[in-house]
Design a protein around this ligand. Structure first.
Ligand code: ISL
Ligand code: CA
Length: 536
């Protein structure tokens, strides 16, 4: 049965196709690889897939630089493969969404190739151009990937605007012709049978006037001028009209949309179904580390979205280092406790490929192991500035998104069973121990958590209340008749429910846990211990 809010019960699985499974020995994961692994994914119990971009692209930014919205990049296969993937996934009852990358295109996109030609080219206004000189950019705004948001073009003596790499020029959403092209493309994919989109960098569509001065480096910092800027509403309304017509599932990557604004974006009348916040990835500013920073941010978002709106929940994706090493201590126990802590929150959880087997950050020690263009550029810059190689590598790769992009570890055969050829990126050397065939324990836990979401209305639709909010490492909350406890740290924790609304006299039964326990008014949690109780 498909209700308007079917996704409240659902769990998504994210695939980074280049590193998922290679079927033709070229060292690159491909669409056929996803097709072959569909039963594996189905068996996890998830409801839908989010597949990172597979469109034609020069791959300056992992496919987020699209040169043709209507074509599959050869490295992944072709449109027939994509159609088969859709069909096979649907046959198994899995929905499929992919990225809608419409803040920018590749500089190789025919629109930009045209746009660059002259000031009066019909495609000039598909992008954002402004007068400049080689030494004087239109303003001092800073790109996410470092440096100016402007790149000077000698031929027309103007500069074009890009919030990411210079090979990713931003589209001009103020131009109705451009918007029509985008909307046609969106319809085309939905007509094809795609179930929806993860809206990439969607909060950046609208920019402030070029004379806007960056006020402070706090909050949205140097990125204020293109973070959820007013005027974006009308574009989102237009997009929503199309999404609604097709009943598309929509997940917005919307950094800069505040937790207090998110309900308007994601309630029944909102533009999209749910939002990925990006705030929780930052360390707590008072020095309490990543776990406490994450906990505080997640609690804030949970509270602000309680009455209206919906969260997309995640601890890993292709832009983040592995949770086991960022929030955990590298142990399987820590990966398990973290899984329990976030999977039962209010929202739609996503699991990123490899997360379910506790994949680790990669032990980078050489620049030739790095692939992300923006990192390599920053590395080169460091070397140029006289930083020692070893330190530069550490700086660029420590907790960087590069760690999430190493090949999926399927088994302990050479190269983790990812490819018969030579992989585009090194396989993590820990694969003989960390792989799908060996790591059944963590996979099983994820299965159980997914089942809980499917079966228990308290978990999918219920309210949420937090306890011990200031505790530095304990995540504790109640979802109606469920109590969820997770000690996200290496220290034993002492809990006292006497000062909370929870009456431990009631008959709680244990649903999940690291060891047999009962809920007690005073209880200790061992390092990385988790417990899920249900009121009988
Ligand atoms: O960088 C940000 C905040 O620090 C975000 O606002 C930004 O929107 C986010 O990093 C964008 O990520 C997405 O778009 C990028 C791409 O490189 C990422 O992989 C993708 O997830 C450009 O398309
Ligand atoms: Ca391949």
């Amino acid at each position: 049965k498909k209700t308007k809010t079917w996704f409240h019960q659902a769990v998504g699985y994210q695939i980074y196709p280049k590193s998922f499974f290679d079927t033709n020995g070229d060292g690159l994961g491909d669409l056929q690889g996803i097709i072959q692994k569909l039963t594996y994914i189905k068996n996890l119990g998830v409801d839908f897939l989010w597949i990172n971009p597979v469109f034609k692209s020069p791959q300056v930014d992992g496919g987020y630089d699209i040169a043709d919205y209507y074509a599959i990049d050869e490295m992944f296969g072709n449109m027939d493969d994509f159609k088969i993937l859709l069909k096979e996934a649907h046959r198994l009852g899995l929905k499929v969404i992919t990225d809608l990358v419409v803040n920018h295109t590749s500089d190789q996109h025919p629109w930009f190739v045209e746009s660059k030609k002259s000031k009066d080219n019909p495609y000039r206004d598909y992008y954002l151009w402004a007068d400049a000189t080689p030494n004087q950019m239109p303003n001092d705004w800073i790109s996410f990937f470092g440096g100016s948001t402007w790149t000077y073009d000698e031929q027309t003596e103007q500069a074009y605007f890009h919030v990411f790499a210079k090979e990713q020029p931003d589209l001009n959403w103020k131009n109705p012709k451009l918007r029509d092209e985008i909307y046609n493309m969106v319809r085309w994919w939905l007509e094809l049978g795609l179930d929806g989109f993860r809206l990439d960098a969607i909060s950046h569509l609208q920019k402030e006037d070029w004379n806007f001065k960056i006020k402070s480096w706090k909050g949205n910092g140097p990125w204020q001028p293109f973070m959820n800027v007013s005027g974006i509403e009308s574009y989102m309304h237009e997009l929503k009209a199309i999404f609604d017509k097709y009943g598309a599932l929509t997940v917005g990557e919307a950094s800069g949309v505040l937790s207090t604004e998110a309900p308007d974006w994601t309630d029944e009348n909102g533009y999209i179904n749910m939002i990925f916040e990006l705030e929780h990835n930052a360390r707590d500013k008072k020095g309490n580390g990543y776990v406490y920073g994450m906990k505080k941010t997640l609690i804030k978002w949970q509270k602000d979205m309680l009455e209206r709106g919906w969260n997309a929940l995640y601890l890993e994706n292709h832009d983040q280092a592995r949770l086991i090493d960022v929030f955990g201590d590298g142990s399987l126990e820590s990966a398990k406790a973290l899984a329990v802590a976030y999977m039962l929150l209010r929202g739609t959880p996503f699991i990123y490929q490899g997360q379910e087997i506790g994949m680790h950050d990669f032990p980078f020690n050489d620049v030739t192991q790095m692939r992300a263009e923006e990192l390599i550029r920053q590395y080169d810059q460091l070397i140029e500035n006289g930083v020692k190689e070893e330190l530069a590598i550490k700086q660029m790769t420590h907790h960087s998104r590069e760690n999430a992009r190493t090949p999926m570890q399927w088994n302990d055969s050479p190269l983790a069973g990812f490819t018969q050829g030579s992989p585009w990126m090194d396989v993590n050397p820990d694969y003989p121990l960390v792989n799908v065939e060996k790591e059944t324990e963590l996979i099983e836990l994820y299965r159980e958590l997914i089942q809980l979401r499917h079966q228990e209305e308290a978990i999918s639709e219920g309210s949420i209340e937090f306890f011990f909010e200031r505790h530095l490492q304990v995540f504790a909350y109640q979802r109606n008749e469920f109590i969820i406890l997770a000690n996200l740290g290496k220290k034993k924790a002492h809990l006292n429910f006497e000062k909370t609304a929870v009456s431990t006299d009631n008959q709680f039964e244990q649903v999940l846990g690291t060891r047999p326990r009962q809920l007690r008014s005073k209880m200790d949690l061992e390092p990385w211990e988790y417990q899920v109780f249900k009121l009988n």
